[in-house]
Design a protein around this ligand. Structure first.
Ligand code: DLL
Length: 436
């Protein structure tokens, strides 16, 4: 029988003790950021807030917000709060633009991040006796390194598979009797289908649990995956800016994801006004890193729309729970695990000499996301020679792949054939049913 908590003292701490701990950490963190990040110091000065005005978590609302655009503006080192020589790693967001978001880590930051992932693994029933197959991507993406580190901390045997090469995944899973699978929910579903195609039944594998996240997925998808793999499927949430996976994770009760509140202070705000909303109301999730050293973002707007629940959970954990993200307050799409902004596609079209008359269609076919881009030919580049059109479509598709890292199917269509809108242009048609 595995242990129930990775860090019982912290995970089940009384709310009063937790608030006191958060207040202490927040005061120190605000001072650290003010003294070491000139960009944020300017924001605080403009708002008329000094570190001494922050006496505890009740003063959090006085601090300015930070968003992705601030990170782009300060790329690459502007948000760094320690000397570069004290950093041991970078990771980066899954989308690619000219300026990616880079997160920096000291060894302390890696340790706390890996502990968050270890808590998630233990909450899913993991222990040192487990074999954890990590098939999130390794490299700049945080999924592989985060769960890999968490699995080490738990003491489980870790299979650092990375994503792809499904035949090899299945061979290792069966031969080494993997018990916990970590990957995106869409890849888990694909592995389930591949197992079935190879003639395996759900009871033929040794898996008992899966820890799936990095993209939206529904309860329906959870049931499908659980059935096809014969496991209990747990959700895990996180973002590069706050460290990576493990900011929040599900316990066996599966009534929301517990936020690791000793490290990440959560708020819900109205995305339009920035006003802090009372518990239970739906709004944009904002995080403050309480003790990260290198990249300690204060009041970072995630753009994920969620609800926080503070009622006590019967698992014994006292940390607040967040609902599954119910959408975004910006237009970011997550396609095959990659963060995609429609504006990135638009930039490529313009650079390649097309007018910005286009439609992006996203769907999920056999549990895999598809991306199609319909682009109007302009009277200047119009041709009706099939060979010429195919060559142009291929070239455009390659340029988009170069920017996004994922391959779209491009369809060039006649001038004026894409419906014009009288209000906001509807550029994206997302047919995936990602939210319940
Ligand atoms: O996706 C980190 C991660 C890796 C989380 C592995 C879980 C597992 P980014 O690439 O920076 O980081 O993307 C972060 O992905 O703001 C959400 O919109 C979305 N997201 C992450 N987890 C979930 C989830 C990683 N469980 C963005 N459900 C976030 C829904 C999720 N959306």
């Amino acid at each position: 029988m595995g242990q129930r908590y990775f860090n019982k003292e912290i995970e089940t701490m009384s709310r009063d003790e937790l608030s006191a701990l958060q207040s202490e950490k927040l005061k120190k963190q605000v001072r650290h950021v003010y003294d070491n990040v000139p960009y944020y110091r300017d924001l605080m000065d403009k708002k008329g807030v000094k570190p001494e005005d922050i006496g505890g978590i009740e003063d959090l609302h006085k601090l300015p917000f930070i968003s992705k655009s601030d990170l782009r503006e300060t790329y690459p080192y502007g948000m760094l709060a320690v000397h570069l020589s004290d950093c041991v790693r970078i990771q980066s967001t899954s989308g690619t633009t000219g300026k990616r978001v880079i997160a920096y880590y000291t060894q302390h930051d890696i340790d706390l991040w890996e502990e968050c992932c270890a808590r998630a693994i233990v909450a899913a029933g993991g222990s040192k006796d487990d074999v954890v197959q990590v098939c999130y991507g390794y490299g700049l993406f945080t999924g592989g390194p985060g769960l890999n580190g968490g699995s080490h901390k738990v003491g489980s045997l870790t299979l650092p598979m990375s994503s792809g090469n499904t035949d090899r995944q299945i061979q290792f899973m069966m031969d080494l009797k993997a018990t916990i699978l970590c990957c995106t929910p869409s890849y888990a579903a694909y592995i389930g289908e591949s197992l079935k195609e190879k003639g395996y039944k759900p009871e033929d594998n040794s898996l008992k649990a899966g820890i799936f996240g990095a993209e939206p997925w529904t309860e329906e998808m959870r049931r499908d995956i659980e059935k096809s793999l014969g496991i209990k499927a747990y959700d895990i949430y996180g973002l590069t800016e706050t460290s990576g996976p493990g900011v929040a994770f599900e316990c066996a009760e599966q009534k929301g994801m517990h936020i690791n509140e000793d490290h990440f202070l959560a708020e819900i705000i109205d995305p339009d006004t920035g006003e802090v909303l009372p518990d239970g109301e739906k709004g944009e999730l904002v995080f403050t890193s309480l003790d990260k050293e290198a990249f300690p973002l204060l009041r970072y707007r995630t753009r994920d729309i969620c609800v926080l629940k503070r009622e006590r959970c019967s698992c014994g954990r006292t940390h607040v729970r967040m609902s599954k993200p119910m959408g975004r307050s910006d237009d970011m799409l997550i396609i095959r695990g990659v963060n995609v902004f429609p504006s990135q596609i638009e930039t490529v079209l313009i650079n390649e000499g097309y007018a910005p008359n286009y439609r992006i269609e996203v769907d999920r076919v056999n549990n895999s996301d598809t991306l199609e881009v319909f682009v109007e030919l302009s009277p200047e580049n119009f041709t009706d020679t099939v060979g010429a059109i195919t060559a142009m479509e291929k070239k455009l598709s390659a340029s988009i792949t170069g920017i996004l890292g994922i391959h779209p199917v491009v369809h060039l269509v006649p001038p004026k054939s894409i419906a014009r809108s009288e209000g906001k242009a509807v550029r994206v048609v997302d047919r995936r049913k990602l939210h319940d």
